[in-house]
Write a protein that binds this ligand. Structure first.
Ligand SMILES: [Zn+2]
Length: 198
């Protein structure tokens, strides 16, 4: 559509989660018109964050090592995986001290309006983790909003035929918000009262 490097920029932006073709174009043109110093600062921070922050190769949680603290901890229950959208949800759930299993960070939620489909999320990686049958329960702890619900429904359909227990957090979380905004007590209760996914 556009020439060479401009199209490359739009293509790269469009590969980001939550950025559809229209947003990619809008951000691309914004960058073309922006002050070179501003763009340089953005480029620098992108390179720096990649150099300094790593993600766990197992669960995609933020990690200072190849595997994160939770995955390395032998006291954590490897038979239960809690699926969350973002690593900040891991932080919120860890704060409740209610969960002793492991995590899987999807990297977002299904959102057709933003151009995010299942293939943009780490669902294939989740299926690979479940392949050996060691996991017996998957807790779907996506955000209590439209995108989170769509993601949980999609995963329920995908996971149930595998014959493992698929659960959702109990209701009571503030609807429409992010998991991380729920207070510890509410989130802890939602965890303890989890129920089979429909
Ligand atoms: Zn991990």
């Amino acid at each position: 559509m556009y020439e060479g490097i401009v199209q490359d920029l739009i293509d790269e932006l469009g590969r980001l989660p939550g950025i559809g073709p229209k947003s990619a174009q809008r951000i691309g043109f914004h960058l073309l018109q922006a002050d070179p110093a501003d763009v340089r600062r953005l480029a620098d921070v992108l390179i720096e964050v990649k150099a300094k922050v790593k993600f766990c190769r197992v669960c995609f949680n933020v990690s200072s090592d190849v595997e994160c603290r939770v995955c390395r901890d032998p006291r954590r229950d490897g038979s239960v995986i809690c699926v969350v959208e973002e690593y900040k949800d891991v932080v919120a759930i860890e704060r409740t001290r209610e969960f002793r299993g492991r995590y899987h960070v999807l990297g977002g939620a299904i959102s057709p309006i933003d151009g995010v489909g299942p293939e943009q999320l780490r669902i294939r990686e989740l299926m690979t983790r479940l392949a050996d049958g060691a996991v017996t329960e998957v807790i779907l702890a996506t955000d209590p909003n439209l995108e989170g619900e769509a993601t949980a429904t999609y995963l329920t359909r995908l996971l149930k035929p595998l014959g493992l227990r698929v659960t959702r957090l109990a209701s009571g979380l503030p609807v429409g918000g992010d998991l991380e905004y729920a207070d510890e007590v509410t989130l802890g209760r939602a965890f303890a009262g989890r129920r089979a996914a429909e």
